[in-house]
Design a binder for this molecule. Structure first.
Ligand SMILES: NC(=O)c1ccc[n+]([C@@H]2O[C@H](COP(=O)([O-])OP(=O)(O)OC[C@H]3O[C@@H](n4cnc5c(N)ncnc54)[C@H](O)[C@@H]3O)[C@@H](O)[C@H]2O)c1
Length: 248
């Protein structure tokens, strides 16, 4: 797979899965915009890693749940690199509680950062992709959005909605050379899963046919394929990257 000449935006790519996706796309030749929120230094270090590989990259700090921030991120990308070919909707958060203890804020925040962001970023890049009749949109859902999980009704709802969104937009833009797909990772070793108790992780591991948690690179490899020319006939698809777990 060769992504040289392509310009990609990866949201939430200062660390974890997003960072691995950014490095993978850059390794295949893409110019990559590193987006994150808050402290710029993790994102800056991803840019340095890409530049060390002789790639092009820059940081755009933006809150992907804010319409004006997202518009600015896409404008800055096009101003710097001339276009946007690939969007990876990766930024996400959890605010886990059983429903009886879930506040309005826990619900709204998870919906905004995990779901509204996908709508905002996709809408913002689509015009550019339609004009050039080529585009790749890959959104990171979760296996939890497919099978549900106690304590994560907000997160599971947002991740399930990403799947409905993906299938709908794939139908809207299929004739324009743009594919729209989602990836549903299982349990991946990142800061997001580091908070889980050790006995719970061991319990999960027993239910994963492959026998271990996934790595950010496992997800990045799947994103790279869906972002490539080779995947041109795959759209509206949800790809599980979950070691065969298929459910909790
Ligand atoms: N880790 C897993 O097991 C797992 C499983 C399934 C799906 N996912 C999904 O994969 C994605 C990445 O997860 P991760 O494990 O790397 O998480 P992480 O917490 O390590 O990284 C998430 C990144 O998103 C950034 N971010 C948060 N809010 C943002 C905002 N409003 N605007 C811009 N950036 C923001 C964070 O600063 C962070 O850099 C998420 O969408 C997550 O839901 C993770």
């Amino acid at each position: 797979m060769d992504l040289s000449g392509r310009v990609a935006i990866v949201t939430g790519s200062g660390r974890g899965i997003g960072r691995a996706i950014a490095l993978k796309l850059a390794g295949l030749g893409a110019t990559v915009v590193i987006n994150d929120i808050g402290d710029a230094s993790p994102a800056e270090s991803v840019v340095e890693e890409i530049r060390a590989m002789k790639g092009q990259s820059m940081v755009v700090l933006a809150d992907v749940s804010s319409s004006s921030d997202v518009e600015r991120m896409v404008e800055e990308t096009v101003a710097a690199f001339g276009k946007v070919d690939i969007l990876v909707n990766n930024a996400g958060i959890t605010r886990d509680h059983l429903l009886m203890r879930m506040s309005d804020e826990d619900w709204d925040k998870v919906m905004s950062v995990n779901l509204k962001s996908v709508f905002l970023c996709t809408r913002a890049v689509l015009n550019h992709m339609i004009k050039q009749r080529w585009g790749r949109i890959v959104s990171i859902s979760s296996i939890v959005g497919v099978v549900g999980n106690a304590g994560q009704s907000n997160y599971a709802s947002a991740k399930a909605a990403i799947i409905g969104f993906t299938k709908s937009i794939a139908k809207e833009v299929g004739s324009r050379g743009i594919t729209v797909n989602a990836i549903a990772p299982g349990f991946i070793s990142t800061q997001m899963t580091q908070g889980l108790k050790e006995d719970w992780i061991q319990e999960i591991q027993k239910r994963i046919p492959v026998g271990s948690l996934g790595t950010p690179q496992d997800v990045a490899n799947a994103v790279a394929f869906l972002a490539s020319e080779e995947a041109r006939y795959i759209t509206g698809h949800v790809l599980n990257v979950d070691g065969g777990m298929g459910g909790l």
